[in-house]
Ligand binder design. Sequence first.
Ligand code: ZN
Length: 479
Amino acid sequence: MNDRAWIEEFIEKNQDQFVKANDDIWSYAELAFKEEKSAARLESMLKDWGFEVETGVAGIPTCFTGTYRQGSGKPVMGILGEYDALAGLSQEAGVTEKREREPGGAGHGCGHCALGTGSLAAAVAVKEYLRETGKNGTVIYFGCPAEEGAGSKQFMARAGAFDGVDFVYTWHPATVNQVEAVHSNAIMGANFRFKGVSSHAGSTPFLGRSALDACELMGVGCNYLREHVIPEARIHYAYIDTGGTAPNVVQDHACVRYEVRAPYVYQVKELFERVKEVARGAAIMTGTTMECELAMAFTEYLPNNALASVADACMREIGAPKWSEEDYRLAKAYLDTYNEETKARIRRSAEELYGERAEEVLARPLDSEVHPFDPAKIRLQAGSTDVGDVGYAVPTLNLQVATACVGNVGHTWQMTAQSCSPLAHKGLLTAAKAIALSCVRTMEQPEVMEKAKAEVARRNGGKYECPLPDSVQPPLDTY
Ligand SMILES: [Zn+2]
C-alpha cells in the first residue's frame, strides 16, 4: 500500500474520535489563555496514542507539546494546533439562523476546534506511519493557545520550542482548498497607560492633570501620523480604561491599546517607535506620565516555497473533501443568510477564483477542487498571525481546507455554526490527510528540507529574533 492510501485509511478508520474531539472543543469554546479543557482533551488523546506530553511550554499553562520519537529521531517534524474561541460568538451547532447557545458566550467563529483536532489527527497518523514502516523520525504536535489574543507561538519560538525542528506544517479552516498564498502583516500591540492627578473638574480643575486628555491627544497625534507612514501600515486602537464615568472628576488614570501593522517586522518596529513618541508627546502636553506595556507582536507570515511545492502536490493527490448533496444544501443555506452587500462581495471574489463557473459554484457553494499554488501570486493580506514567528524560526507552511460555504465570512455566527457540522468534520479529516502526507513526503526529501531551511536563513539572517524582548512575558491576564 502506498503512503497516501495508508494515511487515508488510517484517518478514516479513526475518524469518529477526531470528529468527537472537534465537537467537544467546539462546545467548550474557551477564550485565549483559558483553554484548559480544550488543551487537556488534546493532551489526553496524545497520551493515549503514545506521545510524550509536556505542558506549560513557554510559561503558558495551556501551551503544550506532544512528542513521538523513533530510531535516530531525525528528521524532526512539527504540526501546529490551535483551540481558542472568540468572545460574543456563541451559536448553536449546525442551524442556519443566529441562535445563541449561551447568551453573550464565546464561540468557535474561527474554527480553531477543527484546526486543533485536524492537526492532532495528522500528528497521530504520522506517528503510526513511522511505527508501521519502522522509519526514523520525530513528530511533535505543538498545542498553541491564544491565537486570537496575544498569541503564543512567538513566546514558544523565543523559548526555543522549535529549535531542532526541520519543518512545520499547519492549516486553517477556510472556504477553499489550497496552500495558502498569503503574506500576512507583522503586528505589535501595547497598552499605553497614562497617570495624572484627579481633582474637582468644576472648582479646582487647575490642580488636575487628565490622563483621559492624554489618551485623546495620543489619538489626535496618531491620526496626523497616518499621512506619513507607508500606505500598507495600519494603526488601530481601543480604550481599555477611560478613567471612570464621572465628568466632574479629572481622570487620573486612563489606558488605550494600540496595534500597528505593516508587511515586515522591521517596518512595524519603526512605526511602533513613532507611535510611542506620539504617546510621550501626549504625556508632556497634559503633564501626565506614560507607561508603554508592550504585550504582543507577530512577525509576518510568508509561505515557505520549498515546502509549498511538496504540500501542493499532496493536497492535489488527496483532493477536496467529498461533499454530499446534503452538505451542498447546508452550505447554500448558510450562504443565503448573508445580506445583499456581503453576497455581492462574495460573488465578486467567486468570479475571481472560479471565472465563468462562479454562478454554478455559488448554487452549490462548497469548494470541490484544490487550487494550485503559485508563488508568483502570493498577495499581501492585512491580517496577522503568530504562525509568522514559527516561519521566521523554521520552515513553515500553512494549508487551507474548506470547512464552510464558499465566501463564508470568518469571525461570525455562521462560522461558529458550521464549525460543528459535517462541513467542518469533512474539512478537518481532509486537512489531517494532507498534512500527514506532506510530512511523510517531505521527510523523504533531504534536498527539500535544505532548500526550505535556506529560505528561512535568507529571511532571518540565520537566527530567529523575537519581536518581543525577553522582559515581555506572555500577557496571560492583561491582553
Ligand atoms: Zn483563526
